[in-house]
Design a protein around this ligand. Sequence first.
Ligand code: ADP
Ligand code: MG
Length: 559
Amino acid sequence: MAQRQRMGNQPMIVLSEESQRTSGKDAQTMNITAGKAVAESVRTTLGPKGMDKMLVDSGGSVVVTNDGVTILKEMDIDHPAANMIVEVSETQEEEVGDGTTSAVVVAGELLDQAEELLDQDIHATTLAQGFRQAAEQAKEILDEQAIEVSTDDHETLTQIASTAMTGKGAESAKDRLAELVVDAVIAVADDDDIDTDNVSVEKVVGGSIDESELVEGVIVDKERVDENMPYAVEDANVALFDGAIEVKETEIDAEVNVTDPDQLQQFLDQEEQQLREMVDHLVDIGADVVFVGDGIDDMAQHYLAQEGILAVRRAKSGDLKRLARATGGRVVSNLEDLDSDDLGFAGSVAQKDIGGDERIFVEDVEEAKSVTLILRGGTEHVVDEVERAIEDSLGVVRTTLLDGQVLPGGGAPEAELALQLRDFADSVGGREQLAVEAFADALEVIPRTLAENAGLDPIDSLVDLRARHDGGELGAGLDAYTGDVIDMEAEGVVEPLRVKTQAIESATEAAVMILRIDDVIAAGDLRSSGNDDDGDDMPAGGAGGMGGMGGMGGMGGAM
Ligand code: ADP
Ligand code: MG
Protein backbone atom coordinates (compact mmCIF):
# COMPACT_ATOMS: atom_id res chain seq x y z
CA MET A 1 0.00 0.00 0.00
CA ALA A 2 2.75 2.42 1.02
CA GLN A 3 4.59 1.70 -2.17
CA ARG A 4 1.54 2.36 -4.28
CA GLN A 5 1.08 5.69 -2.61
CA ARG A 6 4.64 6.69 -3.28
CA MET A 7 4.33 5.62 -6.90
CA GLY A 8 1.26 7.74 -7.28
CA ASN A 9 2.81 10.78 -5.62
CA GLN A 10 2.89 13.10 -8.55
CA PRO A 11 -0.69 12.96 -9.80
CA MET A 12 -1.93 12.84 -6.22
CA ILE A 13 -0.72 16.18 -5.04
CA VAL A 14 -4.33 17.36 -4.85
CA LEU A 15 -5.15 14.72 -2.24
CA SER A 16 -4.54 15.02 1.46
CA GLU A 17 -2.09 12.73 3.21
CA GLU A 18 -4.75 10.56 4.79
CA SER A 19 -6.37 9.86 1.44
CA GLN A 20 -6.01 6.44 0.03
CA ARG A 21 -6.03 5.39 -3.55
CA THR A 22 -6.58 1.98 -5.03
CA SER A 23 -6.69 1.61 -8.76
CA GLY A 24 -6.94 -0.82 -11.65
CA LYS A 25 -7.32 -4.49 -10.95
CA ASP A 26 -6.89 -3.99 -7.20
CA ALA A 27 -9.83 -1.62 -7.06
CA GLN A 28 -12.00 -4.00 -9.04
CA THR A 29 -11.06 -6.97 -6.92
CA MET A 30 -11.65 -5.06 -3.70
CA ASN A 31 -15.09 -3.87 -4.77
CA ILE A 32 -16.18 -7.20 -6.19
CA THR A 33 -15.10 -8.96 -3.02
CA ALA A 34 -17.04 -6.51 -0.88
CA GLY A 35 -20.16 -6.81 -3.04
CA LYS A 36 -20.03 -10.59 -3.02
CA ALA A 37 -19.60 -10.64 0.74
CA VAL A 38 -22.86 -8.74 1.17
CA ALA A 39 -24.73 -11.20 -1.04
CA GLU A 40 -23.14 -14.13 0.77
CA SER A 41 -24.38 -12.81 4.08
CA VAL A 42 -28.05 -13.17 3.15
CA ARG A 43 -27.88 -16.19 0.86
CA THR A 44 -28.80 -18.78 3.47
CA THR A 45 -32.07 -16.99 4.26
CA LEU A 46 -33.49 -17.36 0.73
CA GLY A 47 -36.66 -19.31 0.16
CA PRO A 48 -39.16 -21.29 2.20
CA LYS A 49 -36.46 -23.30 3.91
CA GLY A 50 -34.09 -20.38 4.41
CA MET A 51 -32.66 -19.86 7.86
CA ASP A 52 -33.02 -16.78 10.05
CA LYS A 53 -30.36 -14.38 11.28
CA MET A 54 -30.00 -13.06 14.78
CA LEU A 55 -28.68 -9.53 14.79
CA VAL A 56 -27.48 -7.92 17.96
CA ASP A 57 -26.72 -4.23 17.92
CA SER A 58 -24.19 -2.39 20.07
CA GLY A 59 -26.91 -1.68 22.63
CA GLY A 60 -27.66 -5.39 22.92
CA SER A 61 -31.09 -5.32 21.33
CA VAL A 62 -31.87 -8.34 19.25
CA VAL A 63 -33.63 -8.80 15.92
CA VAL A 64 -34.35 -12.27 14.58
CA THR A 65 -35.25 -12.12 10.92
CA ASN A 66 -35.27 -13.79 7.55
CA ASP A 67 -35.88 -10.58 5.65
CA GLY A 68 -33.01 -9.59 3.36
CA VAL A 69 -33.36 -5.83 3.54
CA THR A 70 -33.79 -5.89 7.32
CA ILE A 71 -30.62 -7.94 7.77
CA LEU A 72 -28.60 -5.61 5.59
CA LYS A 73 -29.96 -2.49 7.27
CA GLU A 74 -29.17 -3.88 10.71
CA MET A 75 -25.68 -4.93 9.72
CA ASP A 76 -23.30 -2.05 10.10
CA ILE A 77 -21.91 -2.09 6.57
CA ASP A 78 -19.58 0.72 5.65
CA HIS A 79 -17.65 -0.36 2.61
CA PRO A 80 -18.83 1.87 -0.23
CA ALA A 81 -19.13 -0.90 -2.81
CA ALA A 82 -20.90 -3.12 -0.31
CA ASN A 83 -23.32 -0.30 0.30
CA MET A 84 -24.20 -0.23 -3.37
CA ILE A 85 -25.43 -3.79 -3.02
CA VAL A 86 -27.35 -2.88 0.13
CA GLU A 87 -29.05 -0.17 -1.91
CA VAL A 88 -30.27 -2.85 -4.30
CA SER A 89 -32.31 -4.36 -1.49
CA GLU A 90 -33.56 -0.96 -0.40
CA THR A 91 -34.78 -0.09 -3.89
CA GLN A 92 -36.45 -3.47 -4.11
CA GLU A 93 -38.18 -2.87 -0.78
CA GLU A 94 -39.43 0.55 -1.85
CA GLU A 95 -40.58 -0.46 -5.30
CA VAL A 96 -42.22 -3.81 -4.66
CA GLY A 97 -41.82 -4.75 -1.00
CA ASP A 98 -40.53 -8.27 -1.63
CA GLY A 99 -37.65 -10.03 -3.34
CA THR A 100 -34.96 -8.17 -1.41
CA THR A 101 -32.85 -11.24 -0.76
CA SER A 102 -33.16 -12.48 -4.34
CA ALA A 103 -32.10 -9.12 -5.76
CA VAL A 104 -28.96 -9.04 -3.63
CA VAL A 105 -28.08 -12.66 -4.28
CA VAL A 106 -28.36 -12.09 -8.04
CA ALA A 107 -26.19 -8.96 -7.80
CA GLY A 108 -23.54 -10.93 -5.91
CA GLU A 109 -23.59 -13.72 -8.46
CA LEU A 110 -23.27 -11.26 -11.34
CA LEU A 111 -20.13 -9.94 -9.68
CA ASP A 112 -18.84 -13.46 -9.19
CA GLN A 113 -19.38 -14.34 -12.84
CA ALA A 114 -17.86 -11.04 -13.90
CA GLU A 115 -14.74 -11.71 -11.87
CA GLU A 116 -14.04 -14.84 -13.90
CA LEU A 117 -14.42 -13.00 -17.17
CA LEU A 118 -12.22 -10.14 -16.00
CA ASP A 119 -9.58 -12.75 -15.22
CA GLN A 120 -9.84 -13.85 -18.83
CA ASP A 121 -9.07 -10.27 -19.84
CA ILE A 122 -12.55 -9.37 -20.96
CA HIS A 123 -12.86 -5.63 -20.51
CA ALA A 124 -15.25 -4.30 -17.87
CA THR A 125 -17.00 -2.13 -20.43
CA THR A 126 -17.72 -5.15 -22.60
CA LEU A 127 -19.08 -6.92 -19.56
CA ALA A 128 -21.24 -3.97 -18.66
CA GLN A 129 -22.70 -3.82 -22.15
CA GLY A 130 -23.35 -7.55 -22.22
CA PHE A 131 -25.04 -7.47 -18.81
CA ARG A 132 -27.24 -4.57 -19.80
CA GLN A 133 -28.26 -6.26 -23.02
CA ALA A 134 -29.04 -9.45 -21.17
CA ALA A 135 -31.10 -7.59 -18.57
CA GLU A 136 -33.17 -5.91 -21.29
CA GLN A 137 -33.76 -9.21 -22.99
CA ALA A 138 -34.62 -10.83 -19.65
CA LYS A 139 -37.35 -8.28 -19.04
CA GLU A 140 -38.86 -8.98 -22.45
CA ILE A 141 -38.79 -12.71 -21.84
CA LEU A 142 -40.48 -12.29 -18.47
CA ASP A 143 -43.13 -9.97 -19.91
CA GLU A 144 -44.01 -12.64 -22.45
CA GLN A 145 -44.39 -15.27 -19.75
CA ALA A 146 -46.46 -13.16 -17.39
CA ILE A 147 -49.84 -14.49 -16.34
CA GLU A 148 -52.69 -11.95 -16.21
CA VAL A 149 -54.53 -11.62 -12.91
CA SER A 150 -57.74 -9.68 -12.55
CA THR A 151 -58.29 -7.50 -9.51
CA ASP A 152 -61.21 -9.62 -8.33
CA ASP A 153 -59.31 -12.89 -8.50
CA HIS A 154 -59.26 -13.37 -4.75
CA GLU A 155 -57.77 -16.82 -4.88
CA THR A 156 -54.66 -15.81 -6.82
CA LEU A 157 -54.24 -12.67 -4.73
CA THR A 158 -54.29 -14.79 -1.59
CA GLN A 159 -51.71 -17.16 -3.07
CA ILE A 160 -49.45 -14.21 -3.85
CA ALA A 161 -49.86 -12.84 -0.34
CA SER A 162 -49.09 -16.25 1.04
CA THR A 163 -46.00 -16.89 -1.13
CA ALA A 164 -44.45 -13.67 0.13
CA MET A 165 -44.82 -14.91 3.71
CA THR A 166 -43.38 -18.37 3.08
CA GLY A 167 -40.41 -19.16 5.26
CA LYS A 168 -40.97 -16.19 7.54
CA GLY A 169 -42.20 -16.28 11.12
CA ALA A 170 -45.75 -16.11 9.83
CA GLU A 171 -45.53 -19.57 8.26
CA SER A 172 -47.90 -21.34 10.64
CA ALA A 173 -50.80 -18.99 10.07
CA LYS A 174 -50.01 -17.74 6.62
CA ASP A 175 -53.31 -18.79 5.04
CA ARG A 176 -55.30 -16.78 7.55
CA LEU A 177 -52.88 -13.84 7.37
CA ALA A 178 -52.88 -13.90 3.57
CA GLU A 179 -56.65 -13.40 3.55
CA LEU A 180 -56.40 -10.52 6.00
CA VAL A 181 -53.68 -8.91 3.87
CA VAL A 182 -55.74 -9.17 0.67
CA ASP A 183 -58.82 -7.74 2.39
CA ALA A 184 -56.74 -4.93 3.86
CA VAL A 185 -55.13 -3.90 0.57
CA ILE A 186 -58.42 -4.01 -1.31
CA ALA A 187 -60.05 -1.91 1.41
CA VAL A 188 -57.49 0.90 1.18
CA ALA A 189 -57.17 0.92 -2.61
CA ASP A 190 -57.90 4.25 -4.28
CA ASP A 191 -58.80 4.54 -7.94
CA ASP A 192 -55.38 5.56 -9.15
CA ASP A 193 -52.99 4.19 -6.53
CA ILE A 194 -52.69 2.07 -3.43
CA ASP A 195 -50.84 3.34 -0.40
CA THR A 196 -50.22 0.46 1.98
CA ASP A 197 -49.38 2.99 4.68
CA ASN A 198 -53.14 3.17 5.10
CA VAL A 199 -52.93 -0.32 6.51
CA SER A 200 -51.77 0.21 10.09
CA VAL A 201 -50.35 -2.69 11.99
CA GLU A 202 -51.03 -3.03 15.72
CA LYS A 203 -48.76 -5.55 17.36
CA VAL A 204 -50.05 -7.40 20.39
CA VAL A 205 -47.88 -9.74 22.39
CA GLY A 206 -50.04 -12.55 23.71
CA GLY A 207 -52.32 -14.99 21.96
CA SER A 208 -51.40 -16.87 18.82
CA ILE A 209 -50.75 -15.61 15.32
CA ASP A 210 -53.98 -17.01 13.95
CA GLU A 211 -55.99 -14.91 16.34
CA SER A 212 -54.84 -11.90 14.34
CA GLU A 213 -57.67 -9.87 12.88
CA LEU A 214 -58.50 -7.00 10.59
CA VAL A 215 -60.32 -3.98 11.90
CA GLU A 216 -62.00 -2.07 9.09
CA GLY A 217 -61.28 1.26 10.63
CA VAL A 218 -58.73 2.93 12.84
CA ILE A 219 -57.34 2.11 16.25
CA VAL A 220 -55.99 5.12 18.08
CA ASP A 221 -53.42 4.48 20.77
CA LYS A 222 -55.12 6.78 23.30
CA GLU A 223 -57.81 6.70 25.94
CA ARG A 224 -60.74 9.05 26.34
CA VAL A 225 -59.49 12.12 28.13
CA ASP A 226 -61.96 12.12 31.04
CA GLU A 227 -63.39 9.10 32.79
CA ASN A 228 -66.85 10.64 32.95
CA MET A 229 -67.02 10.45 29.18
CA PRO A 230 -68.84 7.51 27.60
CA TYR A 231 -66.82 4.34 26.94
CA ALA A 232 -68.58 3.82 23.67
CA VAL A 233 -70.70 5.80 21.25
CA GLU A 234 -72.84 4.25 18.53
CA ASP A 235 -73.64 5.95 15.23
CA ALA A 236 -71.14 8.62 16.04
CA ASN A 237 -70.53 11.89 14.26
CA VAL A 238 -66.80 12.34 14.53
CA ALA A 239 -65.08 15.72 14.66
CA LEU A 240 -61.39 15.90 13.74
CA PHE A 241 -59.80 19.04 15.11
CA ASP A 242 -56.06 19.62 14.73
CA GLY A 243 -55.71 22.27 17.41
CA ALA A 244 -56.28 22.78 21.13
CA ILE A 245 -59.41 23.25 23.18
CA GLU A 246 -57.63 25.64 25.47
CA VAL A 247 -57.45 29.36 26.00
CA LYS A 248 -54.32 30.81 24.47
CA GLU A 249 -51.31 31.09 26.76
CA THR A 250 -50.70 34.79 26.18
CA GLU A 251 -54.04 35.66 27.72
CA ILE A 252 -53.22 33.62 30.82
CA ASP A 253 -49.88 35.40 31.18
CA ALA A 254 -51.78 38.64 31.43
CA GLU A 255 -53.21 37.42 34.72
CA VAL A 256 -49.84 37.78 36.38
CA ASN A 257 -50.15 41.53 36.27
CA VAL A 258 -53.55 41.54 37.88
CA THR A 259 -53.64 42.93 41.43
CA ASP A 260 -57.29 43.35 42.15
CA PRO A 261 -59.01 40.00 43.09
CA ASP A 262 -62.19 41.04 41.30
CA GLN A 263 -60.26 41.58 38.15
CA LEU A 264 -58.73 38.12 38.48
CA GLN A 265 -62.17 36.54 38.86
CA GLN A 266 -63.24 38.38 35.76
CA PHE A 267 -60.37 36.91 33.82
CA LEU A 268 -61.13 33.42 35.01
CA ASP A 269 -64.79 33.81 34.13
CA GLN A 270 -63.81 35.03 30.71
CA GLU A 271 -61.58 32.02 30.19
CA GLU A 272 -64.35 29.65 31.26
CA GLN A 273 -66.72 31.41 28.96
CA GLN A 274 -64.41 30.91 26.00
CA LEU A 275 -63.99 27.22 26.74
CA ARG A 276 -67.75 26.87 27.15
CA GLU A 277 -68.25 28.45 23.73
CA MET A 278 -65.79 26.07 22.11
CA VAL A 279 -67.61 23.07 23.54
CA ASP A 280 -70.98 24.55 22.62
CA HIS A 281 -69.81 24.89 19.04
CA LEU A 282 -69.03 21.16 18.94
CA VAL A 283 -72.46 20.40 20.41
CA ASP A 284 -74.15 22.72 17.91
CA ILE A 285 -72.66 21.05 14.86
CA GLY A 286 -73.70 17.67 16.24
CA ALA A 287 -70.37 16.07 17.18
CA ASP A 288 -70.60 12.95 19.36
CA VAL A 289 -66.89 12.20 19.34
CA VAL A 290 -63.98 14.58 18.96
CA PHE A 291 -60.33 13.82 18.25
CA VAL A 292 -58.16 16.76 19.18
CA GLY A 293 -54.59 17.08 17.93
CA ASP A 294 -53.46 19.18 20.88
CA GLY A 295 -54.51 19.57 24.51
CA ILE A 296 -57.94 19.91 26.06
CA ASP A 297 -58.32 22.17 29.10
CA ASP A 298 -59.60 20.48 32.28
CA MET A 299 -62.63 22.71 32.32
CA ALA A 300 -63.41 21.90 28.69
CA GLN A 301 -63.03 18.19 29.46
CA HIS A 302 -65.63 18.62 32.17
CA TYR A 303 -68.06 20.38 29.83
CA LEU A 304 -67.50 17.78 27.10
CA ALA A 305 -68.20 14.96 29.57
CA GLN A 306 -71.38 16.72 30.68
CA GLU A 307 -72.49 16.80 27.06
CA GLY A 308 -71.80 13.08 26.69
CA ILE A 309 -69.08 13.68 24.10
CA LEU A 310 -66.20 11.23 23.90
CA ALA A 311 -63.02 13.24 23.45
CA VAL A 312 -59.44 12.22 22.80
CA ARG A 313 -56.57 14.65 23.10
CA ARG A 314 -53.09 14.72 21.59
CA ALA A 315 -54.12 12.52 18.66
CA LYS A 316 -51.19 12.20 16.26
CA SER A 317 -51.55 13.93 12.92
CA GLY A 318 -51.13 10.54 11.19
CA ASP A 319 -54.05 9.23 13.22
CA LEU A 320 -56.16 12.24 12.33
CA LYS A 321 -55.44 11.64 8.64
CA ARG A 322 -56.32 7.97 8.94
CA LEU A 323 -59.52 8.86 10.80
CA ALA A 324 -60.45 11.29 8.06
CA ARG A 325 -59.98 8.61 5.40
CA ALA A 326 -61.89 6.01 7.39
CA THR A 327 -64.83 8.13 8.56
CA GLY A 328 -65.11 10.44 5.57
CA GLY A 329 -64.52 13.44 7.82
CA ARG A 330 -62.21 16.38 7.34
CA VAL A 331 -59.41 17.52 9.63
CA VAL A 332 -59.95 21.17 10.51
CA SER A 333 -57.35 23.27 12.30
CA ASN A 334 -59.55 26.19 13.28
CA LEU A 335 -62.41 25.30 15.61
CA GLU A 336 -64.72 28.07 14.39
CA ASP A 337 -64.32 26.71 10.85
CA LEU A 338 -65.41 23.24 11.91
CA ASP A 339 -68.84 22.64 10.42
CA SER A 340 -71.26 19.73 10.43
CA ASP A 341 -70.16 18.94 6.87
CA ASP A 342 -66.68 18.25 8.18
CA LEU A 343 -67.84 15.53 10.55
CA GLY A 344 -67.06 11.92 9.77
CA PHE A 345 -69.24 9.00 10.65
CA ALA A 346 -68.58 5.68 12.40
CA GLY A 347 -71.10 3.07 13.50
CA SER A 348 -69.02 2.46 16.58
CA VAL A 349 -66.41 4.39 18.52
CA ALA A 350 -65.36 2.59 21.65
CA GLN A 351 -62.55 2.29 24.13
CA LYS A 352 -61.50 -1.34 24.32
CA ASP A 353 -58.79 -3.40 25.88
CA ILE A 354 -56.21 -4.87 23.52
CA GLY A 355 -53.35 -6.88 24.93
CA GLY A 356 -53.68 -5.09 28.28
CA ASP A 357 -53.76 -1.61 26.76
CA GLU A 358 -56.81 0.59 26.34
CA ARG A 359 -57.27 1.95 22.83
CA ILE A 360 -59.98 3.77 20.95
CA PHE A 361 -61.51 1.71 18.13
CA VAL A 362 -63.28 3.56 15.34
CA GLU A 363 -65.15 0.98 13.27
CA ASP A 364 -68.28 0.16 11.27
CA VAL A 365 -67.55 2.86 8.79
CA GLU A 366 -69.14 3.08 5.37
CA GLU A 367 -65.98 2.65 3.33
CA ALA A 368 -62.90 1.96 5.38
CA LYS A 369 -60.18 3.56 3.30
CA SER A 370 -57.91 3.08 6.27
CA VAL A 371 -57.73 -0.21 8.14
CA THR A 372 -55.82 -1.76 11.01
CA LEU A 373 -54.33 -5.23 11.20
CA ILE A 374 -54.09 -6.52 14.73
CA LEU A 375 -51.19 -8.94 14.78
CA ARG A 376 -50.92 -11.30 17.67
CA GLY A 377 -48.00 -13.52 18.54
CA GLY A 378 -46.42 -15.28 21.47
CA THR A 379 -43.43 -13.00 21.98
CA GLU A 380 -42.22 -9.62 20.86
CA HIS A 381 -39.64 -11.09 18.47
CA VAL A 382 -42.27 -13.30 16.89
CA VAL A 383 -44.69 -10.42 16.37
CA ASP A 384 -41.94 -8.23 14.92
CA GLU A 385 -40.98 -10.85 12.37
CA VAL A 386 -44.62 -11.49 11.48
CA GLU A 387 -44.97 -7.77 10.89
CA ARG A 388 -42.04 -7.83 8.45
CA ALA A 389 -43.61 -10.77 6.61
CA ILE A 390 -46.90 -8.86 6.48
CA GLU A 391 -45.15 -5.80 5.05
CA ASP A 392 -43.73 -7.92 2.20
CA SER A 393 -47.11 -9.45 1.66
CA LEU A 394 -48.90 -6.09 1.55
CA GLY A 395 -46.35 -4.95 -1.02
CA VAL A 396 -46.88 -7.87 -3.40
CA VAL A 397 -50.67 -7.68 -3.24
CA ARG A 398 -50.47 -3.96 -3.97
CA THR A 399 -48.11 -4.54 -6.88
CA THR A 400 -50.34 -7.26 -8.30
CA LEU A 401 -53.47 -5.11 -8.06
CA LEU A 402 -51.66 -2.28 -9.84
CA ASP A 403 -49.92 -4.33 -12.53
CA GLY A 404 -52.15 -7.37 -12.92
CA GLN A 405 -49.27 -9.62 -13.92
CA VAL A 406 -47.64 -12.50 -12.08
CA LEU A 407 -45.10 -15.27 -12.57
CA PRO A 408 -44.66 -18.69 -11.00
CA GLY A 409 -42.06 -18.81 -8.19
CA GLY A 410 -39.68 -21.45 -6.92
CA GLY A 411 -36.91 -20.54 -9.34
CA ALA A 412 -39.10 -21.16 -12.41
CA PRO A 413 -38.60 -17.75 -14.04
CA GLU A 414 -34.87 -17.77 -13.40
CA ALA A 415 -34.49 -21.24 -14.89
CA GLU A 416 -36.49 -20.23 -17.96
CA LEU A 417 -34.49 -17.03 -18.31
CA ALA A 418 -31.21 -18.88 -18.13
CA LEU A 419 -32.34 -21.17 -20.93
CA GLN A 420 -33.62 -18.44 -23.21
CA LEU A 421 -30.73 -16.07 -22.54
CA ARG A 422 -28.22 -18.75 -23.57
CA ASP A 423 -30.05 -18.92 -26.90
CA PHE A 424 -30.06 -15.17 -27.12
CA ALA A 425 -26.30 -15.08 -26.44
CA ASP A 426 -25.64 -16.84 -29.75
CA SER A 427 -27.27 -13.97 -31.58
CA VAL A 428 -25.16 -11.41 -29.73
CA GLY A 429 -21.78 -12.71 -30.81
CA GLY A 430 -18.38 -11.27 -30.00
CA ARG A 431 -17.07 -11.02 -26.49
CA GLU A 432 -20.37 -9.69 -25.23
CA GLN A 433 -21.78 -13.12 -25.91
CA LEU A 434 -19.70 -14.35 -23.01
CA ALA A 435 -21.16 -11.69 -20.77
CA VAL A 436 -24.70 -12.65 -21.73
CA GLU A 437 -23.92 -16.30 -21.03
CA ALA A 438 -22.45 -15.33 -17.68
CA PHE A 439 -25.62 -13.40 -16.93
CA ALA A 440 -27.70 -16.48 -17.71
CA ASP A 441 -25.53 -18.58 -15.40
CA ALA A 442 -25.81 -15.97 -12.68
CA LEU A 443 -29.62 -16.11 -12.63
CA GLU A 444 -29.47 -19.80 -11.85
CA VAL A 445 -28.16 -18.85 -8.45
CA ILE A 446 -31.80 -18.54 -7.34
CA PRO A 447 -32.94 -22.13 -7.95
CA ARG A 448 -29.50 -23.36 -6.88
CA THR A 449 -29.73 -21.51 -3.58
CA LEU A 450 -33.34 -22.58 -3.00
CA ALA A 451 -32.11 -26.17 -3.38
CA GLU A 452 -29.09 -25.71 -1.13
CA ASN A 453 -31.13 -24.07 1.59
CA ALA A 454 -33.64 -26.90 1.44
CA GLY A 455 -30.85 -29.41 1.97
CA LEU A 456 -31.15 -30.74 -1.58
CA ASP A 457 -28.36 -31.46 -4.00
CA PRO A 458 -28.15 -28.27 -6.05
CA ILE A 459 -26.66 -29.97 -9.10
CA ASP A 460 -29.36 -32.63 -9.28
CA SER A 461 -32.05 -30.02 -8.81
CA LEU A 462 -30.65 -27.77 -11.53
CA VAL A 463 -30.24 -30.60 -14.00
CA ASP A 464 -33.82 -31.64 -13.35
CA LEU A 465 -35.08 -28.10 -13.67
CA ARG A 466 -33.18 -27.42 -16.90
CA ALA A 467 -34.52 -30.60 -18.47
CA ARG A 468 -38.11 -29.64 -17.68
CA HIS A 469 -37.68 -26.15 -19.07
CA ASP A 470 -35.99 -27.59 -22.14
CA GLY A 471 -39.15 -29.60 -22.56
CA GLY A 472 -41.18 -26.42 -22.62
CA GLU A 473 -42.50 -26.31 -19.05
CA LEU A 474 -42.29 -22.61 -18.33
CA GLY A 475 -43.69 -22.92 -14.84
CA ALA A 476 -41.47 -25.76 -13.61
CA GLY A 477 -39.91 -24.81 -10.29
CA LEU A 478 -38.43 -26.40 -7.25
CA ASP A 479 -40.72 -27.58 -4.49
CA ALA A 480 -38.52 -26.79 -1.54
CA TYR A 481 -40.44 -29.17 0.70
CA THR A 482 -40.26 -32.35 -1.38
CA GLY A 483 -37.32 -31.56 -3.64
CA ASP A 484 -39.44 -32.38 -6.70
CA VAL A 485 -39.65 -30.19 -9.75
CA ILE A 486 -43.29 -29.25 -10.09
CA ASP A 487 -45.59 -26.81 -11.85
CA MET A 488 -45.43 -23.83 -9.52
CA GLU A 489 -48.53 -22.13 -10.84
CA ALA A 490 -50.62 -25.22 -10.20
CA GLU A 491 -49.10 -25.35 -6.73
CA GLY A 492 -50.19 -21.77 -6.13
CA VAL A 493 -46.67 -20.37 -5.67
CA VAL A 494 -46.91 -17.10 -7.60
CA GLU A 495 -45.23 -13.72 -7.36
CA PRO A 496 -45.75 -10.37 -9.07
CA LEU A 497 -43.89 -9.92 -12.36
CA ARG A 498 -42.44 -6.68 -11.05
CA VAL A 499 -40.69 -8.45 -8.16
CA LYS A 500 -38.59 -10.25 -10.77
CA THR A 501 -38.07 -7.42 -13.26
CA GLN A 502 -37.15 -4.94 -10.54
CA ALA A 503 -34.67 -7.37 -8.98
CA ILE A 504 -32.95 -7.95 -12.32
CA GLU A 505 -32.85 -4.26 -13.09
CA SER A 506 -31.38 -3.12 -9.78
CA ALA A 507 -28.99 -6.04 -9.50
CA THR A 508 -27.66 -5.36 -13.01
CA GLU A 509 -27.31 -1.64 -12.42
CA ALA A 510 -25.39 -2.15 -9.18
CA ALA A 511 -23.13 -4.84 -10.61
CA VAL A 512 -22.36 -2.74 -13.69
CA MET A 513 -21.66 0.31 -11.56
CA ILE A 514 -19.22 -1.62 -9.42
CA LEU A 515 -17.51 -3.25 -12.40
CA ARG A 516 -16.87 0.05 -14.15
CA ILE A 517 -14.95 1.47 -11.22
CA ASP A 518 -11.20 1.23 -11.71
CA ASP A 519 -10.08 3.79 -9.22
CA VAL A 520 -11.07 4.31 -5.62
CA ILE A 521 -9.95 7.49 -3.95
CA ALA A 522 -10.99 7.62 -0.34
CA ALA A 523 -10.67 10.51 2.05
CA GLY A 524 -9.70 8.10 4.80
CA ASP A 525 -8.45 4.59 5.29
CA LEU A 526 -11.04 2.32 3.71
CA ARG A 527 -9.83 -0.99 5.03
CA SER A 528 -9.28 -0.21 8.63
CA SER A 529 -12.22 2.15 9.08
CA GLY A 530 -14.19 -0.67 10.66
CA ASN A 531 -11.70 -0.86 13.56
CA ASP A 532 -11.46 2.84 14.22
CA ASP A 533 -12.14 3.96 17.75
CA ASP A 534 -13.58 7.26 16.71
CA GLY A 535 -17.09 6.29 15.73
CA ASP A 536 -18.14 9.76 14.70
CA ASP A 537 -15.78 9.97 11.81
CA MET A 538 -16.75 6.69 10.22
CA PRO A 539 -20.01 7.59 8.55
CA ALA A 540 -18.50 10.79 7.23
CA GLY A 541 -15.52 8.89 5.84
CA GLY A 542 -17.85 6.34 4.28
CA ALA A 543 -19.98 8.99 2.69
CA GLY A 544 -16.93 10.77 1.33
CA GLY A 545 -15.77 7.51 -0.18
CA MET A 546 -19.17 6.98 -1.76
CA GLY A 547 -19.22 10.42 -3.27
CA GLY A 548 -15.80 9.79 -4.73
CA MET A 549 -16.95 6.49 -6.14
CA GLY A 550 -19.93 8.02 -7.86
CA GLY A 551 -17.58 10.21 -9.83
CA MET A 552 -15.23 7.33 -10.46
CA GLY A 553 -17.88 5.38 -12.35
CA GLY A 554 -17.84 8.08 -14.98
CA MET A 555 -14.07 8.22 -15.12
CA GLY A 556 -13.80 4.48 -15.55
CA GLY A 557 -16.08 4.74 -18.54
CA ALA A 558 -14.03 7.48 -20.16
CA MET A 559 -10.88 5.42 -20.17
P1 ADP B 1 -36.85 -12.58 -0.98
O1 ADP B 1 -36.37 -11.60 0.04
O2 ADP B 1 -36.02 -12.56 -2.21
O3 ADP B 1 -38.31 -12.50 -1.25
P2 ADP B 1 -37.47 -15.09 0.26
O4 ADP B 1 -36.76 -15.72 1.39
O5 ADP B 1 -38.84 -14.57 0.48
O6 ADP B 1 -36.53 -13.99 -0.32
O7 ADP B 1 -37.52 -16.19 -0.90
C1 ADP B 1 -38.10 -15.93 -2.13
C2 ADP B 1 -37.93 -17.12 -3.05
O8 ADP B 1 -38.59 -18.26 -2.50
C3 ADP B 1 -38.59 -16.85 -4.39
O9 ADP B 1 -37.75 -17.32 -5.42
C4 ADP B 1 -39.86 -17.66 -4.30
O10 ADP B 1 -40.34 -18.07 -5.57
C5 ADP B 1 -39.43 -18.83 -3.48
N1 ADP B 1 -40.56 -19.53 -2.87
C6 ADP B 1 -41.53 -19.02 -2.10
N2 ADP B 1 -42.41 -19.98 -1.73
C7 ADP B 1 -41.98 -21.13 -2.27
C8 ADP B 1 -42.43 -22.49 -2.25
N3 ADP B 1 -43.52 -22.84 -1.58
N4 ADP B 1 -41.70 -23.40 -2.90
C9 ADP B 1 -40.60 -23.04 -3.57
N5 ADP B 1 -40.10 -21.80 -3.63
C10 ADP B 1 -40.78 -20.85 -2.99
MG1 MG C 1 -39.91 -12.87 -0.06
